[in-house]
Design a protein around this ligand. Sequence first.
Ligand code: ATP
Ligand code: MG
Length: 147
Amino acid sequence: MFKHLLVAIDGSHHSLNAAERAVELARRFDASLTLIHVARRFHIPDSVKAYLRDEHLEGEPLYDIDAATRKVIDDVRKEAEDAGLQSIQTVFKEGRPARTIADYAAAHQVDAVVLGSRGLAEPEAFLLGSVSHKVANLATCTVIIVR
Ligand SMILES: Nc1ncnc2c1ncn2[C@@H]1O[C@H](COP(=O)(O)OP(=O)(O)OP(=O)(O)O)[C@@H](O)[C@H]1O
Ligand SMILES: [Mg+2]
């Protein structure tokens, strides 16, 4: 039923919680698990860009991944490995989070997207964060929102 699960990580404890559920589901369904983080690109000043170009150092885009996100990704990968998952991958993308997550899911035969109900925004003003809300609307596959 679930062969490929996509879990969205923003570095919040909600996303860690969601990822723990995703690991458990992937284990039960023998599914592959992809962790996705939608990041900002590092702002590189033009002078530095020119230097990188001159020195032929241009390569992969540099994403602005914060320490909390790296920690969640490392912890989840470890949990997934300990749970014996055979196929775990991490992808970094740049763009609008909800649209990027939904597009990735559609393009990669994802059976379910797993997200936290909330993310990094502090005040608990809304019941559901805007990314979870938008992914639930945009994705064509099953969406699991973990509370
Ligand atoms: N940039 C992102 N990359 C990957 N997943 C994300 C990203 N932002 C949010 N998510 C996912 O969406 C879930 C809900 O976060 P969301 O951003 O919707 O809530 P919020 O931060 O509390 O509120 P808002 O951002 O709307 O002010 C997170 O737990 C995470 O699973
Ligand atoms: Mg957010």
